[in-house]
Design a binder for this molecule. Structure first.
Ligand code: FE2
Ligand code: FE2
Length: 495
């Protein structure tokens, strides 16, 4: 049996081989560019430029190596998944091809979608990775332009440096321009905003053309604006493709999943309305807690929406969906416990089969950790006179592996406990939430996730404020009815 360290190392070695394979694919794509540039004389070009071709191969290898090295030190977890490595190289290759095609077939280097890779990376990964990958991509395009026949067989022109500057500046600017406004409209707006520094740079680069050939100057400005808009439009078009193929989580995907028209939520609403209502409140609570401790609020909301989706298998077996009749009255407690605890596993399987992002499926499986199902354990103890194995009445786990799963676990239990509470004053709610958190700490439910005591305290305070508000007492309505003439009539019950 391999231990965890050995498994991780073997995965990293596997990723290194995938890196090498992706590097070869990238070289093939670059060679195809050389062939397309000169379909009849490309063999002659390669023979005459062996040194340049070798430099191209070595520089491309070094750039790939820098990407591997970056992830090796910054995010080994990311690197250990082959699909992540393939995604990074797919993005680089697709953006290189798009830049090449626009530059070549539109006939102007400024028409290249310079901010495309940066926009895709900031949505599919994060800002930090986007900055690094955009930097590497800018150098890669510079190397390709310099050591291939992209600008003719005589070698690079000044335009190669212009392209390097545009890729680097527009990409970096786009990453920061996206900001927190991560909507499809915001993405298109980013394309327009990026056009401003692009126009400034192009004006500076082509300033001499204002006097010598102003039509050329205006066309360069026009093409640079088109390049920015094409970057945003292509990012919008390609995002769902990468999301679907690599099962990546973006804000767009999260919004689709949390839309009340999402198929699984519609099913939950129709087949298990009690669970649906409970999930809505848990989602609201989880989102507030995530904001309070600086976690991804939209992810917390989405994960909470689907945390109990496993109940769809037997909705009537869960209290919130029962009206009067309780099936468990006729079942042995062991069977009842088995039905109840399997909803976590069923939810995980349902979400995995529907190709949901892994973290959302994981939260469904982990939201009860390995906690005992007290009600049926107690019932079994009474029936058997104390001869009961607690493991038969406990959830199968695993315990929460992420802070989001821990938030959903606490919010879920707090919502259910507060609902059953007669006195919903802040002091009473505080007592309940505190005991929920303390019980889970006692049972080592947070041992596998890196949540801190400070964050648990913040979560507790947030839940107390929210639950005292959610379950506030309403002023009792007076029992008066009005007739059409708007005159008060006696209540039917009192007649
Ligand atoms: Fe649950
Ligand atoms: Fe729940």
């Amino acid at each position: 049996m391999k231990n965890a360290g050995e498994v991780k190392n073997s995965r990293l070695v596997r990723s290194a081989f995938v890196f090498a394979a992706c590097y070869i694919v990238l070289l093939v794509v670059i060679f195809l560019m050389i062939v397309i540039n000169d379909p009849h004389g490309w063999t002659g070009y390669i023979v005459d430029h062996v040194t340049e071709i070798l430099t191209l191969c070595v520089c491309t290898f070094l750039l790939c190596f820098i990407i591997y090295y970056y992830y090796y030190f910054e995010d080994k977890e990311f690197l250990s998944k082959v699909s992540n490595v393939v995604l990074v190289f797919s993005l680089v290759t697709v953006c290189a091809v798009a830049s090449y095609l626009f530059g070549r077939f539109v006939g102007n280097i400024y028409a290249r979608p310079s901010a495309l890779l940066a926009l895709l990376c900031v949505f599919l990964f994060n800002r930090r990775q986007a900055i690094m990958l955009n930097f590497i991509f800018s150098i890669l395009m510079f190397v390709i332009d310099t050591y291939t026949n992209n600008f003719g067989s005589d070698g690079a022109t000044a335009q190669v440096y212009y392209s390097l500057m545009l890729n680097f500046v527009c990409g970096t600017f786009a990453i920061f321009a996206v900001g927190k406004n991560k909507t499809r409209g915001g993405l298109l707006l980013t394309g327009c905003v990026v056009a401003i520094p692009t126009v400034v740079i192009v004006t500076l680069l082509e300033v001499t053309a204002i006097y010598s050939d102003w039509i050329e100057f205006v066309s360069c400005i026009g093409y640079s604006i088109i390049g920015c808009l094409v970057s945003a439009a292509l990012a919008l078009a390609l995002m769902p493709v990468f999301e679907a193929i690599f099962n990546r989580l973006t804000v767009f995907r999260l919004r689709e999943l949390t839309s009340t028209n999402a198929p699984l939520l519609v099913r939950l609403k129709q087949e298990a309305p009690g669970t649906f209502n409970h999930s809505l409140i848990v989602a609201q609570l989880s989102e507030t807690c995530a904001v309070a401790i600086g976690e991804n609020a939209e992810l917390a909301r989405a994960a909470a929406y689907y945390h109990d989706v496993g109940k769809l298998k037997q909705p009537d077996c869960f209290t919130e969906n029962q009206v009067g009749y309780n099936v468990h009255d006729e079942l042995m407690p062991e069977l009842s416990a088995d039905i109840i605890r399997s909803h976590a596993k069923d939810g995980y399987e349902l979400l995995t089969a529907a190709r949901f992002p892994k973290i959302i499926a994981d939260v469904a499986r982990e939201h009860h950790g390995t906690l005992p199902i007290k009600y049926f354990y107690n019932k079994a103890m009474k029936l058997s006179g104390g001869d009961v194995n607690i493991a038969d009445y406990s959830y199968l786990g695993p315990t929460p592996q992420s802070k989001i799963a821990a938030i959903v676990m606490i919010a879920d239990a707090s919502e259910a406990a507060a609902r059953a509470l007669g006195d919903r004053s802040p002091a009473a709610v505080e007592r309940v939430v505190r005991s929920i958190i303390e019980e889970r700490m006692d049972l080592d439910q947070f041992a596998q996730c890196d949540i801190t005591i400070r964050e648990l305290t913040v979560i507790k305070q947030t839940l107390v404020e929210a639950l005292s508000g959610v379950h506030h007492h309403r002023v009792e309505y007076p029992a008066i009815r009005f007739n059409r003439a708007r005159q008060a009539v006696q209540d039917e019950k009192k007649e």
